[in-house]
Ligand binder design. Structure first.
Ligand code: NDP
Length: 326
C-alpha cells in the first residue's frame, strides 16, 4: 500500500482526497517509480478543485510532475535506482500522476536527472519552470537577444513567471515584470527584474497598436493581457504565449502581426518532443541560478495540498509549491 491523492467523480460528486492505494491499482507502464516529490501546478489546481476539465478518466491520481527513483523497469534506457523526472505527457490527466508515493509510467516519458538537481530543486522547477525555459528557447530560436531591448514577463509572481524572470535575468536580458501584487515587487526584483508594472495596465481592453516597448514577451495570462502585450511589442518582436491564468480568450486584432511583423509563438509543455525537453532541462541546469529556487519555492506535504489548490487559482500563491509525497 502507498499514499496518494485520488480524484473521483461519481454519484457522490467530484472530490479529491488523500487515501491509501494498492500497487495493483497502478496503470500499465514499463517503469515503476518510487516518487519522492511532486508539485502543484496551475493545471493540478484545476484538477484538484474540478474548476477545469483537466482530468479525462476517473479515478485519477493528479500531478503532472514527479521526481523519483526507478523501482522496476523493463525499459531499455532505465535500470533500478535511476533518478528520473517526468513532466506532462498527459500524466495527472489521463494517466495516473505524481501526487502519490508510487507511479507506473511509459519510460519514453522520462527525463534522466543525471545529478543536475536535487529532487526538491527539480520539482521547484517542475512543469512551470520547464515551460518558462521552453519560452526562453523560443525567444532565442526567433533571434531575440539581450541587446534588442526589454522582455516583458506577465504573472511574474507565479511559477512560470518567477522562473522565467530568473532565467532571463541570468542570460543578461532586461526583464520588465507584470504583477497584480505590489507586495511581491521586492521578491520579483530579487529574481532579477529591472522593473515591476501593475497588471491593471494590461488587463483592460486597449488600442490594437500602442507605444512599442518589448523586444520579446513571455505571457502566462492570456486574454486582454496577451492582447496588450502584442499591441505594445516592438517591430519584429516575439511574443511567447503559454498560459491562461487570466482567461482563455484572446481579444486582439491582427494589427501587431501584419503592421509590426510581431511573431506570436505558442508554447506547449505536455506533448513537447523529447529532444526539446532534454534541451530545456539541460539549459535549466546552466541558466538558472539554483540558489534562487529556495526563494521561489516552498515545500508542503500531501495532506496540506488540497486547500492550496484554491489559493493558487485565486492567484494567492507565490512562486512554486514542491510536494514531499512521503
Ligand atoms: P501560477 O498560479 O503560479 O501563476 C499565475 C500568475 O498569473 C499568478 O501568480 C498571477 O501573477 C497571474 N494571474 C493570476 N490570475 C490572473 C488574472 N486573473 N489576471 C492577470 N494575471 C493573473 O501558475 P503557473 O505559473 O504555474 O502557470 C501560469 C499559466 O501557465 C497557467 O495558465 C498554466 O495553465 C499555464 N501553463 C501552461 C503550460 C503549457 O504547457 N502551455 C505549462 C505550465 C503552465 P501576479 O500575482 O504576479 O499578477
Amino acid at each position: 500500500m502507498f499514499k496518494g491523492i485520488l480524484i473521483q467523480n461519481d454519484e457522490a460528486g467530484y472530490r479529491a482526497s488523500l487515501t491509501d492505494l494498492d500497487e495493483s491499482q497502478l496503470p500499465e507502464g514499463d517503469v515503476t517509480i518510487r516518487v519522492s516529490h511532486s508539485t502543484l501546478n496551475f493545471k493540478d489546481a484545476l484538477a484538484l478543485t474540478g474548476k477545469g476539465p483537466v482530468v479525462r478518466t476517473f479515478p485519477m491520481v493528479p500531478g503532472v510532475d514527479l521526481v523519483g527513483i526507478v523501482e522496476q523497469s523493463s525499459h531499455s534506457d532505465y535500470v533500478v535506482g535511476d533518478e528520473v523526472i517526468l513532466n506532462g505527457w498527459g500524466v495527472g490527466e489521463k494517466h495516473w500522476g505524481g501526487l502519490a508515493q508510487k507511479a507506473r509510467v511509459n519510460g519514453d516519458w522520462l527525463v534522466p536527472m543525471r545529478g543536475r538537481f536535487t529532487p526538491q530543486q527539480a520539482m521547484a522547477i517542475g512543469t512551470a519552470g520547464y515551460t518558462a525555459m521552453l519560452c526562453v528557447l523560443a525567444l532565442e530560436r526567433h533571434g531575440v537577444k539581450p541587446e534588442h531591448g526589454e522582455i516583458v514577463v506577465t504573472g511574474a509572481a507565479g511559477g512560470v513567471g518567477s522562473v522565467a524572470t530568473a532565467v532571463l535575468a541570468k542570460l543578461g536580458f532586461t526583464v520588465v515584470a507584470v504583477s497584480g501584487r505590489p507586495e511581491e515587487a521586492d521578491y520579483i526584483k530579487s529574481l532579477g527584474a529591472a522593473e515591476v508594472l501593475d497588471r491593471t495596465m494590461f488587463t483592460s481592453p486597449g488600442k490594437p497598436l500602442q507605444k512599442e516597448r518589448w523586444a520579446g514577451a513571455i505571457d502566462v495570462v492570456g486574454s486582454h493581457t496577451l492582447a496588450t502585450v502584442c499591441a505594445t511589442t516592438r517591430y519584429r518582436g516575439v511574443v511567447t504565449a503559454c498560459g491562461l491564468a487570466g482567461g482563455m480568450d484572446f481579444p486582439a486584432t491582427v494589427a501587431p502581426f501584419i503592421l509590426r511583423g510581431v511573431t506570436l509563438v505558442g508554447i506547449d509543455s505536455v506533448m513537447c518532443p523529447r529532444l526539446e525537453r532534454l534541451e530545456a532541462w539541460r539549459r535549466l541546469s546552466l541558466d538558472l541560478d539554483v540558489s534562487k529556487l529556495a526563494t521561489i519555492s516552498k515545500e508542503v506535504g500531501l495532506s496540506e495540498l488540497i486547500p492550496l489548490a484554491t489559493k493558487m487559482l485565486n492567484g494567492e500563491l507565490r512562486g512554486r509549491v514542491v510536494v514531499d509525497v512521503n
